[in-house]
Design a protein around this ligand. Sequence first.
Ligand code: ASP
Length: 424
Amino acid sequence: MSRRKKLPLYIQILIGMAAGIVAGILLTQLGLNRIVIFWIKPFGDIFINLLKLVAVPLVIFSLLKGIGNLSDISRLSQMGIKTIAIYLATTIAAVCLGLGLALLIQPGNSLAPEDSAQLQQTYQNVVSQQNESATALQEKGPLEFLTSIVPDNIVAAMGNNGNMLQIIFISILTGIAIVLCGKEKMAPFMKLIDALDTLILKTVDLIMLFAPIGVFALMSGIIADSSGNLSILGALGIYALTVIAGLVILITLFYPALIHLFTRVPVKKFFQAMMPVQLLAFSTSSSAATLPLTMEKVEKDLKIPNEVTSFVLPVGVTINMDGTSCYQAIAAIFIAQVMGIELGWIEILTLIATTTISSIGTPGIPGGSVVILIMVLASIGVPPEGMALILGIDRPLDMMRTVVNVTGDATVASIIAAGEPEQR
Ligand code: ASP
């Protein structure tokens, strides 16, 4: 038996990240990108696959456990309305912050026209592909969103991680049926669900043992993949800094203020518990892949009851993206400024509305908001080709906004828990 004290998970992840960056830079400089891409990056993909593997069962068992243990259904509907209202409010605040910063700093007015033309040319192909997906999305009617939440086949719904809202729908429906059947009749089933929930959380623990290596592989892969784009970083520096400023304000001022004012969790404890979650979000760029760890940490370390986390966090991953919406507002204004398009008040209000609504439809995957941003641009009359301007530096910003997205979800879970009777 080893008597060595184990390093905390976030330190291990940090070491993995730092080592991955160093290895990525060294191997790329030596012209060994292929080694990274063929021999290192696959371990990052394996890690992400493992996280995705547990996502669907985790959400199902956790929601069934959370809802099945409720004493009556009115608690669920109260919690549901509160959750969605707070998610919307934080998203609107994030969009307004992004707008304010973009209008104040005017990042788009700092890019030389030659740079802009060159960037647009480089990313022409990618943009036209994204444009097609955006058009396909736009062709669907306004209620398509609701129809798509209700699956017509349980196996098909569970067969795709992208169907998170369908999976949440099935679990809530079953959970409500469990409560209506009565505690006594459902006791054996709930015992099974409880055991399955424990099992899946243990599996998450096991997967997280692999996190430092997974993160190492992901970071070196990102460096090797983006070696050609580094020069663009200079030209778009001010835009990137504006986005970073918005995200930093959300993380260092907005959430701490909310936690201090509306929860019983000390701010320091909150951020200590969130550290490994944030590092994982940063290295995977995916709030969906981070969900298993977010749920574990919020439940175990922040002591937020399972009935809250099991509902609020999976819903948040799907509909609440404060970092993404703050970034989308800045990106839209930036692109409009570079293209010399004046935005009036109507466009600004439309931008607030579309960014808020579209963050609901953004999948929690790397670059999930890119397709959605095209729709946001179209809604305010900015040509989607403008996307090309920002694609080159999107990945690092994506990593940072994902950190904000997961922190926002955990903040709202803590706020909801503070209002629940059990916590009093
Ligand atoms: N990568 C982000 C997330 O998973 C979504 C996005 O902004 O592209 O939360």
